[in-house]
Design a protein around this ligand. Structure first.
Ligand code: VGL
Ligand code: ZN
Length: 205
């Protein structure tokens, strides 16, 4: 059975010093780099927004980052401007081993809709193409790492489970933002979805 390492949004803006920094987000980088040696299939996702993206608080009058609004597709947290196409913040962390990746899925590139999951945009309907790619490559098991545990990692995990993939979240290779309890909730939701949790050392052994 084929497996793949799926590395979610390990980009400068989600690391300390970035526009939407995950506390200790950069801790995942050396862990992920060790894991890449163990996989033949490595896939990256990259948050990739145009300036003025509707998920940015700056695109709404009288809204602050981390406020919520209702979009056509449902609730949306508003974020500081981040991962703007072509900027340093949107680049992968400089120490991340990206050479071994065979596919980069960019997401969130349409102004009107956010995309947390690597599989679907936030309408939960518009596919990114990742599921088709994995299917054609006979990949059935995913090991998931990256940022942020409670947003893009969580939604990628939930969609992967819905699509029937076996999912292992590498616990020490993810870090969360924790907005109003979102991290605890994410662990519960991922667990309830049937995802498994492992430590990197179990994979490296
Ligand atoms: C993410 C918020 C906004 C993530 C991306 O990668 O978890 N979070 N855009
Ligand atoms: Zn984003």
């Amino acid at each position: 059975m084929n497996s793949a390492l799926l590395i979610v949004d390990t980009q400068n803006d989600f690391c300390p010093g970035g526009a939407l920094a995950v506390p200790e987000g950069d801790r995942v980088v050396p862990v992920i780099n060790q894991l890449t040696g163990k996989f033949r299939n490595i896939i990256l996702t990259q948050d990739w927004h145009p300036a003025g993206h509707h998920s940015f608080a700056s695109s709404h009058s009288a809204k602050e980052p981390f406020d919520e609004v209702t979009m056509d597709y449902g609730r949306q947290v508003l974020w500081p401007d981040h991962c703007i196409q072509g900027t340093k913040g949107a680049e992968f962390h400089p120490d991340l081993n990206v050479e071994s990746a065979q596919l980069i899925i960019r997401k969130g590139f349409r102004k009107e809709i956010d995309s947390y999951s690597g599989f679907f945009e936030n309408d939960h309907q518009t596919a990114t193409g990742l599921a088709g790619y994995l299917k054609e490559r006979d990949v059935e098991t995913l090991y998931i790492a990256g940022l942020a545990a409670d947003f893009c990692v969580k939604w990628t995990v939930l969609d992967a489970r819905k699509l029937g993939f076996q999912v292992h979240v590498v616990k020490d290779a993810v870090q969360g933002l924790d907005v109003n309890g979102s991290l605890d909730q994410a662990w519960h939701e991922m667990s309830a979805s049937g995802a498994h949790f492992i430590e990197s050392k179990q994979l490296l052994a």
